[in-house]
Design a protein around this ligand. Structure first.
Ligand SMILES: [Zn+2]
Length: 312
């Protein structure tokens, strides 16, 4: 299959014990002295290469395996930590150490970013990317995803998605079934409730929530198929125990605080009609606050609304 794999079974004389049995040489190598092809009777440790980058020296630490030199592939120097079959890590270092790529092998399959900037699940194609692309010659888009959290595989047919510019934006498209990920923000519904003294009802965001420990107006996501005011009332009940009539829109804003999960928020005026005040769901505290004495706020958009309510 590959030179380094076939070396194990090649009958080449007495000095070849086995791939893993070959002793490491004490000699120190400068970059230009590293051989083009595998050495037969000894191995070269990463620590024997005078220009070895830290990333290479540490490549075998978590595997508890030495890192040994394999051969040159174009402008790349190929190294391996671990046995030629089984669990191993291949590391390709640009001869000028400007770039380091690795491939994790688990049996026959593996995963690693190639010199073409794409992910490979086969060692052979990863190695071919080294042959075909020098350091800095990645042909993949520099920012393959416009926003974090985009799909890697087609949600309909599981083919790896490609990045294509469609209507002025980079979008993820399936080369197999044509699915295009038209990415839209989620919709959040919030309910603004005041008590008789003009204090506003707020919840503290519990562990595991975005901006945990900070306070926000009770709010949550609208479910697919759910009417928006129903969603707003549901979220208020879940987080505060209060039942409210959800009325007019007070405020609308786009939220950008989580780039992987953009939302449009709609803040409704609410009038309490029942229930018992108690923090619940993803809120771990609930309270009433004067607009000039607010707790630490989780979201910029809540702050903008409060600013307006104060007449700022
Ligand atoms: Zn598809």
């Amino acid at each position: 299959m590959t030179d380094e794999h076939s070396a194990k079974t090649r009958d080449s004389g007495s000095e070849l014990i086995s791939v893993d049995g070959r002793p490491f040489t004490d000699r120190v190598y400068k970059t230009q002295e590293l051989p083009d092809t595998p050495t037969r009777s000894f191995r070269i440790a990463a620590s024997s290469w005078t220009e070895a980058p830290e990333e290479l020296l540490e490549a075998g630490e978590d595997l508890n395996e030495p890192v040994a030199y394999i051969r040159r592939i174009g402008p790349w120097l190929l190294w391996r930590a671990g046995p030629p079959v089984g669990r191993a890590r291949y590391v390709a270092v640009a001869a000028d150490a400007s770039e380091v790529l690795s491939f994790e092998l688990h049996g026959k399959r593996g995963v690693g970013a190639g010199a073409d900037g794409r992910n490979h699940d086969r060692f052979r194609s990863w190695k071919e990317s080294l042959r075909d692309h020098g350091p800095g010659e990645s042909t993949a888009p520099e920012h393959p995803h416009q926003w974090p959290g985009e799909y890697t595989y087609c949600p309909l047919c599981a083919t790896e998605l490609e990045t294509v510019e469609i209507y002025d934006h980079l979008r993820r498209r399936c080369p197999s079934c044509g699915f295009i990920h038209w990415r839209n923000p989620g919709v959040g519904a919030a309910v603004v409730v005041f008590d008789g003294e003009g204090k506003v009802l707020m919840v503290r965001r519990g562990p595991g929530s975005t901006r945990s420990g900070y306070w926000s107006i009770p709010a949550g996501f609208v479910d697919y198929g759910e009417e928006i005011r129903t969603a707003a009332a549901r979220e208020l009940l879940e987080e505060t125990g209060l039942v409210a009539e959800v009325g007019d829109v007070m405020f609308v804003a786009s939220n950008f605080h989580d780039p992987s999960k953009l939302t449009v928020g709609i803040w409704f005026a609410g009038t309490v009609t029942g229930g018992v005040l108690a923090a619940g769901d993803d809120a771990d505290a609930v309270g009433w606050f004067a607009l000039d004495d607010l707790p630490p706020l989780a979201f910029e958009t809540d702050a903008v609304l409060f600013e307006r309510l104060r007449g700022g």
